[in-house]
Design a protein around this ligand. Structure first.
Ligand SMILES: Cc1cc2nc3c(=O)[nH]c(=O)nc-3n(C[C@H](O)[C@H](O)[C@H](O)COP(=O)(O)OP(=O)(O)OC[C@H]3O[C@@H](n4cnc5c(N)ncnc54)[C@H](O)[C@@H]3O)c2cc1C
Length: 567
């Protein structure tokens, strides 16, 4: 059920067993998981169903340190949260990501075996097509081969959720609307968390709307799922019993902010044919996937390096690149659009395409096969009608798609391969979210980001590139030139994050080193939990959303069991 918080009074608010703050990936996953159970769920979502500038402005904040996206431009504040524009790239963490890695990574108080049972379900919540991550499986299903590197290197595969399935809000709106045990309050901003006198239990969440309503929501358990910057902000701003904020007795809330910084770091000059196709976003087994290269665990450990992921982007020969931008491509796209509308108007388009293709031939790479449909197919198509035409149209697309286009892209000479490096930074306590002196429209202190990276992060990138370059030389594939300087304090101008906000309420066994325990519960507070990538002890080698959803489903199990025990 959806309720507009601007139209309710405090008396209308139903107490819940689980009160969730935030309706993004984590909050929606948790609420959906509880549909149909005896648990009464209340979800407080700041925004409505659509983007709204005034609500979004509540996300604005200050920053210093490494340049970062403006805080209100790196996330979205309405139902669905940042899944309204995430890229859908997904890959689970590896076992190694949860382990102690000396100087380059802290251990989580849980291991892969605690999360693994939830990945398959998390995948279907996220819209991931298959619960399959081995490179062998995807390599077999792809028409592109992986690079022939020795075992010291690994290729990992990420799946990309199709655009239509990415938005959690759109996908689960109907289920939540019909759910009898879930109430979603829209336009309801959590602005503070209140506890009992000895700060052992949360008693209520204070809520404000931009229209001026103020009310409180009570519950038995509370889950902060407002994103990696807002979760610490809410804890830090809840000062009525603790001047430094809730869960912050050891000055840990907001620390260890981490991201997946990346930039263009190297260029490979291929010696001959360079099999880069597997590393571009392409379709295998009907799924959009992308491979990327990294050092194997053993080599990383031997060298004491943070995890670095290398993405490869081919730059084709100029004549090919120009051809790709030609009218012929537009014609293909037109034909593809027509195909979905039926084939009746196809004749004129086929003629246009042939004209475009013959022009394209002039600018094509000499000797490269053209994706021209077989002339007999076109002739038959033009003189046919009705059902027959429909069958012939499929043949035409077969000719273009399978025999032409596919062969063409594999045989076009590559001028260079650009290498983007993405590092999983070592946890850094100085990289943090604090509260700013400025206040938002609801009177709450704004967030301030101090983004820092460590020398070892840069060193890890440089060393990974050196090792990768040597490996390419060994395999006779090409020569790698590093494009960045070796000053470990200097980060390239194009350094950017992946919009992954992690680590600010990190999980730890010891309250002196983190904010939540292995059950995602804030240390010392019995009924307050956090969901989302703010609980990550470090960024991991995969993408955050699949893992944060898996951990949220694990939290759902924990809460259901706890409520059942105490029923
Ligand atoms: C451009 C972009 C591309 C991305 N691409 C990828 C990708 O390819 N792969 C990947 O894994 N991840 C990607 N991400 C990250 C991904 O979107 C996040 O990991 C994920 O959305 C985080 O889920 P969350 O529920 O913790 O936070 P969010 O999805 O941000 O949801 C937080 C929710 O809480 C609400 N809220 C905030 N404050 C309050 C408050 N005080 N009271 C009530 N409600 C509140 C917000 O309105 C929002 O709905 C991308 C992000 C962006 C921005």
């Amino acid at each position: 059920v959806f309720v507009d918080a601007r139209t309710v009074t405090e008396a209308d608010i139903v107490d819940s067993d689980v009160c969730i703050v935030g309706g993004g990936a984590a909050g929606i996953a948790l609420a959906v998981e509880m549909i149909g159970t005896p648990v009464r769920v209340g979800l407080l979502e700041s925004g409505g169903m659509q983007f709204d500038a005034q609500t979004q402005d509540l996300y604005a904040g200050g920053q210093d340190g490494l340049r970062y996206f403006p805080l209100d431009a790196s996330r979205l504040r309405y139902f669905g949260g940042s899944t309204n524009h995430w890229g859908g790239m997904s890959r689970p963490f590896d076992a190694e990501d949860f382990q102690e890695r000396g100087e380059v990574g802290d251990a989580w108080p849980i291991s892969i075996s605690d999360v693994e049972p939830y990945y398959a379900r998390a995948g279907s919540v996220c819209g991931v097509a298959e619960d399959a991550w081995s490179v062998g499986y995807w390599n077999e299903g792809s028409r592109h081969a992986t690079l022939p590197l020795r075992e010291r290197f690994v290729t990992r595969v990420a799946q990309q959720v199709p655009r239509a399935a990415r938005n959690f809000g759109a996908r689960f709106e109907r289920d939540l609307e019909r759910a009898e045990n879930v109430i979603v309050y829209l336009h309801a901003n959590a602005v503070g968390i209140e506890t009992d006198d000895d700060v052992r239990n949360v008693t209520l969440i204070r809520v404000a709307t931009l229209e001026g309503q103020r009310f409180s929501v009570a519950g038995r358990h509370f889950v902060l799922a407002a994103g990696g910057i807002e979760n610490p902000r809410l804890l830090l701003a809840s000062t009525s019993r603790r001047p430094n904020g809730l869960g912050n007795d050891h000055d840990q809330v907001g620390r260890y902010f981490t991201e997946h910084p990346r930039f263009e770091a190297a260029s490979i000059a291929p010696t001959g044919r360079f099999p880069v196709g597997f590393y571009t976003v392409h379709h295998a087994r009907g799924v959009s996937i992308q491979g990327y290269v990294g050092l194997g665990d053993e080599l990383k450990r031997e060298e004491g390096l943070a995890d670095v992921q290398l993405r490869l982007r081919p730059v084709y020969e100029r004549s090919y690149a120009e051809a790709r931008n030609s009218d012929a491509v537009e014609s293909f796209q037109r034909l593809a659009r027509l195909r979905s509308r039926g084939v009746d108007q196809i004749s004129q388009d086929v003629v246009n395409i042939l004209e475009d293709l013959s022009r394209w031939q002039d600018t094509m790479v000499a000797g490269a096969p053209l994706p021209i449909p077989h002339p007999a197919t076109i002739e038959a198509l033009l003189s046919s009608n009705g059902e027959e035409r429909s069958a012939l149209a499929s043949m035409l697309f077969g000719d273009i798609g399978v025999f032409g286009w596919g062969r063409l892209t594999d045989s076009v000479p590559i001028e260079e391969v650009l290498v983007t490096a993405r590092v999983t930074p070592v946890p850094n306590p100085e990289s943090r979210i604090t509260l700013s002196m400025e206040r938002d429209a609801l009177g709450a202190p704004r967030s301030h980001l101090h983004w820092r990276l460590s020398r070892i992060d840069k060193r890890s990138i440089l060393r990974t590139l050196e090792l990768f370059g040597a490996e390419l030389g060994h395999a006779g594939l090409g020569r790698l030139g590093i494009l960045i300087n070796d000053d470990e304090d200097d980060w390239p101008d194009d350094t950017a994050g992946g919009y992954h906000h992690m680590g600010t309420t990190r999980m730890s066994a010891d309250p002196r080193h983190g904010v939540v325990d292995a059950e995602c519960r804030v240390h010392g507070i019995d009924n307050l939990y956090v969901a989302g990538s703010s609980i990550f002890a470090d960024g991991g080698s995969g993408t955050p959303t699949l893992t944060l959803v898996a951990l949220t489903l694990r939290l759902a199990d924990h809460l259901s069991q706890r409520l059942e025990r105490n029923a």
